[in-house]
Design a binder for this molecule. Structure first.
Ligand code: ASC
Length: 148
């Protein structure tokens, strides 16, 4: 292995083992990152809601694609809540109630995973069944950890 290659590998390993906060150049970037992931999630979740509530015609392929984005986005925001990134709409409890905040994250990841599976089933009823519990997991976290 060349010296450059081994240095690159060492740097990549170090970057992967850094705490989440250190992945962002500055706290504002972490805030922008988490808000962006949540915004993208809300846009795709809203499209699913429109189908589940009959406001737009059911489209199985679009539902599956939207639910996949929701499930993927659900994994991202949390790295953006590292130490020293207080602000935005986040309540201080995010940094005080770690176990509870993590539990809400896990719940969202779980419910959005089920939503993606339900959407892939290709029928509107399956989507409707899982839409409510997923929305409830968004709301549960907002009720405790987000300022209006
Ligand atoms: C959405 C959205 C949220 C959630 C929440 C569910 O579409 O943007 O934040 O659903 O309202 O209760």
């Amino acid at each position: 292995m060349t010296r450059l290659a081994s240095f690159t590998l060492a740097a990549a390993c170090a970057a992967m083992s850094l705490p989440a906060a250190a992945q962002f150049a500055k706290p504002e970037d972490a805030i922008k990152y988490r808000q962006s992931a949540l915004f993208v999630m809300s846009q795709h979740f809203g499209r699913l809601g429109a189908m589940a509530n009959g406001r737009v015609p059911y489209d199985a392929a679009a539902a599956a694609a939207n639910a996949e984005v929701v499930a993927d986005m659900a994994r991202l925001p949390w790295a953006g809540f590292g130490p020293g990134t207080e602000g935005g709409k986040a309540r201080p409890d995010v940094w005080k109630e770690d176990a509870k905040f993590k539990e809400r994250q896990q719940k969202l990841i779980e419910e959005t995973g089920k939503l993606a599976t339900a959407a892939k089933a290709g029928n509107l009823d399956a989507l409707k069944v899982q839409f409510g519990p997923t929305a409830a997991s968004c709301k549960a976290c907002h009720d405790s950890f987000r300022n209006q």
